[in-house]
Design a protein. Structure first.
Length: 255
């Protein structure tokens, strides 16, 4: 069984108590028993092998046998998803599924058409990302950043100019269309030194109402390529999941 433990001790340390959530998951879902072997991960690239030495209503104790660094199933492509905040469970779904697809970071954005302007769900979103990493075998959980205003991000974020150079390439997806992804992929791989140098890309996907013309213009002026996702109108959550999947197919480990 594979469980999350944010603070992995080294072998030889006293047995550790796992969190209540992991206790419930191990007992109720995985049907864990005493002396079962356990694989723990800390969400930052380390794994540990251990054995359950105590398991009851309130305690879940694991003795660590081995700790090691593991790349696991991480993609060589660093995807930063710039997601216009969605309502309710739609945002949860995007975080869960794009985490499974290998996204490295998710930056929630407050845009002109975002219906949710204030949220206190960061802890919940990070928990969803960790659970998705556990399920799909990743050892590094995606980082969920604090929500920021769209314009503020493009003024000072990782894609903004530094010494006259755009630091990270990106694609903004717009329902009114743009270049074809195949053409953008060719330009990125053949001529865009930013992509060759970092192996990272930002994907901007709007909220339910999409991006405004001004927001698309700001992104393009900051070195983003503008693209569509075909002739059909996709729901915002479908667009985000599709965009990450296509990026992994074109540039990452799903091709």
């Amino acid at each position: 069984m594979r469980l999350y433990c944010p603070d992995l001790p080294d072998p030889g340390f006293p047995p550790i108590e796992l969190q209540t959530e992991e206790l419930k998951y191990a007992k109720n879902v995985l049907r864990a028993k005493l002396m079962d072997e356990v694989l723990l991960f800390d969400g930052r690239g380390r794994e540990a092998k251990g054995v359950i030495t105590r398991l009851d209503r309130e305690h879940f104790t694991v003795e660590i046998k081995e700790v090691y660094k593991s790349s696991g199933k991480e993609s060589a492509l660093g995807i930063r998803l710039l997601q216009g905040i969605l309502k309710g469970q739609k945002m949860d779904l995007v975080i869960q599924k794009t985490a499974e697809l290998g996204v490295a970071r998710i930056q929630p954005l407050v845009t002109k058409y975002t219906e949710v302007k204030i949220t206190r769900k960061l802890e919940r979103w990070q928990k969803i990302a960790i659970e998705a990493a556990r399920q799909c075998g990743r050892n590094v959980a995606p980082v969920i950043n604090e929500p920021v205003e769209f314009m503020d991000f493009f003024k000072s974020g990782p894609v903004a100019e530094e010494n006259g150079l755009i630091k990270e390439p990106g694609i903004i997806f717009w329902e009114r269309g743009g270049e074809g992804l195949k053409e953008i992929a060719a330009r990125l791989q053949d001529a865009d030194s930013r992509f060759k140098g970092t192996g990272c890309i930002s994907l901007a996907v709007g909220p339910e109402g999409g991006f405004s013309e001004e927001e698309v213009s700001v992104a393009v002026n900051n070195g983003f390529y503008r693209a569509g996702l075909g002739p059909r109108i996709l729901r915002a959550e479908t667009a985000a999941i599709t965009a990450v999947g296509l990026a992994q197919f074109l540039f990452g480990d799903m091709g």
